[in-house]
Design a binder for this molecule. Structure first.
Ligand SMILES: Cc1ncc(COP(=O)(O)O)c(C=O)c1O
Length: 383
């Protein structure tokens, strides 16, 4: 059977391929330390796991659930947005729980893109925006980010281009992989830009509570709901990546469009997961303080490691990665540098080039490993 043409528009996800290689090295007895992947190794709040367990005996626990999530979860999301971002949302119409924000990228794209439509995507950026765009027959239109402009798009330059076919623009601040932050004034500018060019902006915001003193939502900007959606996630904020819990927020009309797609794709989120998610969202800010104390210690060690590798980094970033520039004297590509480290030191980090051409010459270190392991990596590099 010949598969659909669309599957030739994408390749197997880098991590799916590379982690197979890493696993085969582990199977051969190599003591690999994985600093590549952003899957939190820490536990979710205990109350979350307790809530899931307790929910299993509820009468409704095993039935199909509402396509929009249970009202209690939507209320918890709206309260969380009010408390942490000072954004008012109507829980009934402006909030849609998702099974991870990654699926939201597909649902939003399916709701808004026709074949041949263009989509503004950051280079470097999260590869899923590109794959989903291509799978739908739409066309990625990359905007370059660089260290000189603090990894923020140059909106003046973009405005001079032909944007007539652009329907969506993905932004993601705090930015993955660089950790760059956006200011309120940048968000104001991008909302003005979106209104002028009739583009729907989506801010993908899963990192705002990691090593960040000022969590910011694009929806806190006046008039943002007219032209912007925000994706968020419990994966990183509450160490719940495997739970697959995220959400999309925005104007009721936009959420309706996304729901129209989503309700034809799944039949609701497992009840226990929703009950656990509610407990996570209700946690007070001391949760983030404790979490960030751990990440801060790890990040210091990663900085030490990056320095040992003669890499340069910006200390003023957020999120759960350190983005580092390879040394001037290095002649290897990012991928070759990563492979050298993998095969000579049994350490896996992520090459910046998988995030786009602008990521060439950089590598990304994850903070999802214990201090002991990072110290071990430092020892291996010194040896
Ligand atoms: C920028 C960005 N967006 C979205 C996601 C997906 O997160 P989730 O677990 O909520 O699907 C990730 C995960 O690594 C990410 O880095």
């Amino acid at each position: 059977m010949i598969p659909a043409k669309r599957i030739h528009t994408v390749e197997e996800y880098y991590f799916s391929r590379k982690l197979r290689e890493v696993r085969s090295l582990v199977a051969k007895g190599k003591p690999i330390i994985n600093l590549g992947i952003g899957s939190p190794d820490l536990q979710p709040p205990t109350v979350v796991v307790d809530a899931l367990e307790a929910s299993l005996h509820d009468e409704t626990a095993h039935k199909y659930q509402s396509y929009q999530g249970i009202p209690e979860l939507r209320n918890a999301i709206a309260d969380f947005y009010q408390k942490n971002y000072q954004v008012s949302l109507d829980a009934a119409t402006e909030v849609l729980p998702l099974m991870g924000s990654k699926e939201g990228i597909m649902h939003i794209s399916m709701a808004y893109l026709d074949e041949g439509d263009e989509v503004l995507i950051a280079n470097p950026g999260y590869p899923t925006y590109t794959s989903v765009t291509k799978l739908l027959g739409a066309i990625p239109k990359y905007y370059d980010l660089d260290a000189e402009s603090d990894w923020l798009p140059n909106l003046e330059k973009l405005a001079k281009e032909d944007l007539s076919k652009v329907k969506l623009m993905w932004i993601n601040y705090p930015h993955m992989p660089t950790g760059a932050k956006a200011s309120k004034s940048f968000f104001k500018d991008i909302i003005t830009f979106a209104k002028k060019h009739e583009i729907l902006i989506i801010n993908d915001n899963p990192y705002s509570f990691i090593l960040n003193d000022e969590p910011l939502s694009i929806l806190s900007i006046e008039g943002a709901k007219d032209v912007a959606l925000e994706l968020n996630s419990l994966s990183k904020s509450f160490n719940m990546a495997g739970w697959r819990t995220g959400m999309v927020m925005g104007k009721a009309r936009h959420i309706q469009h996304v729901l129209k797609v989503k309700s034809n794709m799944d039949s609701g989120m497992f009840y226990g997961i929703q009950k656990g998610a509610i407990k996570a969202l209700e946690r007070s800010s001391d949760w983030f303080t404790t979490l960030n104390n751990i990440y801060e210690k790890r990040r210091k060690l990663i900085w030490e490691l990056a320095t040992k590798l003669h890499c340069k980094f910006d200390a003023e970033t957020s999120g759960m990665f350190v983005w580092a520039k390879l040394p001037k004297e290095n002649t290897l590509s990012s991928e070759a540098f990563v492979d050298k480290l993998l095969y000579e030191k049994d350490v896996f980090i992520t090459p910046g080039s998988i995030f786009g051409t602008q990521g060439e010459g950089y590598v990304r270190f994850s903070l999802c490993v214990t201090e002991e392991k990072i110290k071990e990596v430092i020892n291996r590099i010194e040896a």
